[in-house]
Design a protein around this ligand. Structure first.
Ligand code: ZN
Length: 254
């Protein structure tokens, strides 16, 4: 690999040279899988509803029927989506021993489907739902079946209580263990790959600063500006699929 190359080749070289590489991903990595970023106005499922108003823990508690009418559609939209080449590139880097973990804001399970093992889902996952009363956990196909069989469209636990998706709803705290893990990984990373995230929302907004404070570098691979652009060792504004598949190709990983 030449010392002077394209941004993508430079990024590949940095990944190869770093002792610890961690990826941090946001909605942008799932856009090529057909999942719109809900912060983009007027797109997708969120166009006609205010998610902050409906996907709220208070709505779940007060009116589970209304909550599930909205969230059930969201589940259906996400359930059959497939990972794209960017998700697969990260799984490939991990398999090659070049990536320690993926921290994601996404709840869509696509990193998991792509084969990433060390995965920290700081906003939870649609992969399962739990009973707030007895703690029983149900996987997604079972939750869907229960929802379809319930006259009010509410998936219910065997104990009768409405199930809650294991995603972080508005008004809920982030899972402390996942958050602590993400902070540890960011602190210990020689290189943090920030992919498809505007890096504006806590806690993701803080993780690149944690890496920089620990003496590591950050690479920002996302469309649009982020607060970290001036501090990034590498800044790619291109398409996440093109960038990450370019990196794996440069590393000879196919
Ligand atoms: Zn229960």
């Amino acid at each position: 690999m030449s010392a002077v190359g394209t941004q993508t080749e430079r990024l590949a070289a940095m990944i190869q040279d770093a002792g610890s590489v961690v990826a941090l991903t946001g909605a942008g990595i799932s856009v090529p899988s057909g999942i719109p970023d809900f912060r983009t106005p007027g797109t997708g499922l969120w166009a006609n509803v205010d998610p902050i108003e409906v996907a709220h823990i208070d709505v779940f508690r007060r009116d589970p029927e209304r909550f599930w009418r909205f969230y059930g559609d969201r589940f259906q939209t996400l359930e059959h989506r497939q990972p794209n080449a960017a998700h697969r590139a990260l799984a490939r880097l991990e398999a090659a021993g070049l990536l320690d973990a993926v921290i994601t804001q996404n709840i869509d399970r696509l990193h998991d489907k792509a084969g990433t093992h060390e995965l920290i889902e700081i906003h939870g996952t649609i992969g399962h739902s739990s009973c707030p009363v007895c703690g029983s956990r149900y996987v997604l196909p079972d939750v869907r079946g229960r929802r379809n069989r319930d006259p009010a469209g509410i998936p219910r636990c065997d104990c009768g209580a409405p199930l809650k998706p294991d995603v972080v709803l508005f008004g809920e705290l982030l899972p402390a263990d996942a958050l602590a893990r993400a902070e540890d990984l960011a602190a210990g990373a020689d290189l943090l790959l920030c992919i498809g995230s505007s890096l504006e929302v806590y806690p993701v907004a803080q993780l690149p600063a944690t890496t920089l404070a620990g003496g590591g570098s950050i690479a920002v691979i996302t469309l649009g500006a982020t607060p970290y652009d001036s501090r990034a060792a590498i800044r790619c504004g291109g398409d996440v699929v093109a960038e990450l598949t370019g990196v794996t190709a440069a590393l000879g990983l196919g």
